[in-house]
Design a protein. Structure first.
Length: 152
């Protein structure tokens, strides 16, 4: 029984880490490559690059795996990915001119930032709880600024 619980904690922790990495990667592409993907859209009038910018593996996670996550985290995931999905649909369907598209994307990115910050908060909280080691069993952590080097 204890072994099953430990295995489940490992699976849940891995799932949380994968979701965290996916959300971070998606958010960073959206935020930090904004000028580039909008410039490509404006100059070439192509939407092909949006599939790479908006790439996510979240929708490939079986719903049976998501049952292990808290309700708060599931709601945060839904808000974040729903906002991103709305942006994806807009970018691939709009007939707006590039300046209008850019203005709208800026507004949507602000909302995505809010949802991402909340999602990050819940992910970190759950990662702190899943498989947490009681304080008495924690391994000491090394502080890179306090490493005692042998004197020569």
């Amino acid at each position: 029984m204890e072994r099953e619980m430990k295995d489940q904690q490992i699976i849940v922790r891995s799932l949380l880490v994968l979701i965290k990495l996916d959300a971070e990667s998606l958010f960073e592409r959206l935020k930090y490559n904004f000028r580039e993907y909008m410039q490509i859209f404006a100059n070439k009038r192509t939407r092909e690059h949006f599939k790479d910018v908006l790439r996510t593996r979240f929708f490939e996670i079986p719903i049976t795996d998501l049952k292990y996550l808290s309700e708060e985290l599931l709601l945060a995931l839904d808000k974040f990915y729903k906002e991103v999905d709305g942006l994806k649909w807009y970018l691939n369907a709009t007939e707006d001119m590039p300046a209008t598209v850019e203005d709208r994307v800026v507004r949507v990115l602000r909302d995505i930032q809010i949802h991402y910050d909340l999602l990050k908060l819940y992910l970190e909280a759950e990662l702190g709880h899943v498989g947490a080691v009681p304080p008495s069993q924690e391994e000491p952590t090394l502080d890179p600024f306090k490493i005692d080097l042998p004197e020569s």
